[in-house]
Design a protein around this ligand. Sequence first.
Ligand code: ADP
Length: 641
Amino acid sequence: MRNLKIKYKIAYSLILILICFSIASSTINYLREYRNSVEDYKITGTSLIKNIEPYIAHHLYVSDIVGVQRTLDDILKNNPDILYAFILNPENKVIAHTFDQNFPSDLLKVNNEPLQNTELLDFGDKTAYDFSQPIVDGKLGIIRIGISRERMIQSLRSNLFNILTLILAFIGIGILMSFYISKLITNPLNDLVHSIKKISKGNYKQTLQIKSHDEIGLLSASFNKMCYNLQHLTKRLEDKIEALRNKNEEYEKLNKEYKSQNEELYKAKEKAEESDKLKTAFLANLSHEIRTPMNGILGFAELLKSKDLSASSQEKYISMIEESGQRMLGLINDLVHISKIEAKQVEIKNEKTNLNELLDRIYYFFKTITEAKGLTLEYKNSTCDDEPLILVDSDKLEGILTNLINNALKYTEKGKISFGYGKVENKLQFWVKDTGIGIPSEMKELVFERFRQVKNTHLDGDEGSGLGLAISKAHVELMGGEIWLESELSKGSTFYFSIPFINAKQEEESSNQEDKHLKDFKDTTIIIAEDDEINFLYLNEILKDYHLNILHAYNGQEVLSLLDKEKNIKLILMDLKMPVLNGLETTSEIRKMNKTIPIIAQTAYSSNADRQSAFSAGCNDYIAKPINKNDLLIKIDDFLV
Ligand code: ADP
């Protein structure tokens, strides 16, 4: 029952009530009918027996038994309901009766006393109410009649049938009514349930039709209001969710940005820590690198002071000093280079260069050193012999190759070192190969960074600054090329770099150039303005073979006086840092009177600003210290031709 729908619960309850009510009312009705019928019978029987008593008494007074019998027969004939009638004399003997055959003795057993009250007697298939009436107070006997109940039963039955039919009709109508009523109640409820189900699935746009103003109508109205509120709330909620989603997206975006910033910061921190470590290592290295040649220079200089030195020892000590000086100069050069690169002051100066000659020079320079170490040195010139003259910054190219071969020498104990170049597409590709210790793969990119060195690769006395490859890489890139390496641990390394190939038309001048210089420089007077005696001696030394007439000025003032005295001066090599009158001031003074005389500035400071101020003062060119012999000759040649 619990699981039944409300519709059926209401219908079944109504039907049950209806059935109970019908059964109760029809039972009451039936019982009342039965009692009335019994009462009717009793009245009829009593009045009948009382009515016939005088007639019977009359016949008995005259002992007319036949008359008695006739009266009984008449009664039986006129009343179809009378089942029997008989008379008992005072001795209780039947003197007349209405039975066809013998009088049934059982009737006497049942009622052998004169009866006062009505009794129901059973006659097999029939039942009858038995009435008795004493005749003249019993002096003449007793009259007894039996009235059949058949008619009463018949009428009760038909009555019962009518009642049952009515009940059934009533129940039928009741069932229909119950269903109708339950439908009337449950239909709006069903609508409500249906809508609630839709709401539970998230569809809040529900409106119920209000068909009545009873509780269900009220419920529907409240439901509609609730739906409206829900829609409103949902809308606000959706708006809020949308706003939250947007905020979330913003936060996610910000989060991503913070994350990447964080990563960058972390990387920067790592890099800073790393570079801090590298700088500390570099400083330690640097200190060692400076101390070693300094020890050599100071030590051998001290030894040179002793007077009784043989010529060969002197020569040996001087060459040791030279070697240490070279090493120191190399380190200082590296440092200057790297700072120039950092300050973006390095420029590329392309000039006609015979590549094969350059490689020859390098080969012969390294040959002896390599062989001294027990290694073989090989080189391979390009096959494109018809195009060995190219436009390139030859100093830088030579510097890169020298650095790579130096490294190969440093990190190779046995085997061979080879180098060369070839034309690959529109580029010149150079290579330096060794059979040395090799470089671990994780360091292949890193060795090109400043101060980077592979741990444990340094052999005794061969420590470096970790700047060589960084300088080489910067120079290659400035020349528009790239540098990389291939290496296998314990087998060796090959460094490659490529630069653009720019062909230069071969001119018939290069081989005779030095002779021409020699010829043309004869009787040519130049001034070297230099306050440092050693620097002057060096310049004098490298120019002495060219038969120039060199005048030495120790300061600017002396330059001006020399110019005054000597009218045939063709060029001035001007040191910028001099006492009394410095190089810039002197140049400005000269330009006031002489606009044409070539002045080449020479200084150890080679920043862009220095160069700019030299040109502004009136210098025609600029050469950095330490002065490269070739560079100087080319420049002098340019101005003296
Ligand atoms: P360094 O002055 O230390 O030689 P470089 O910049 O020239 O500085 O080289 C960086 C590092 O790369 C070296 O310290 C060395 O560990 C490694 N390296 C360079 N060239 C070679 C090579 N040919 N074979 C093995 N290791 C090399």
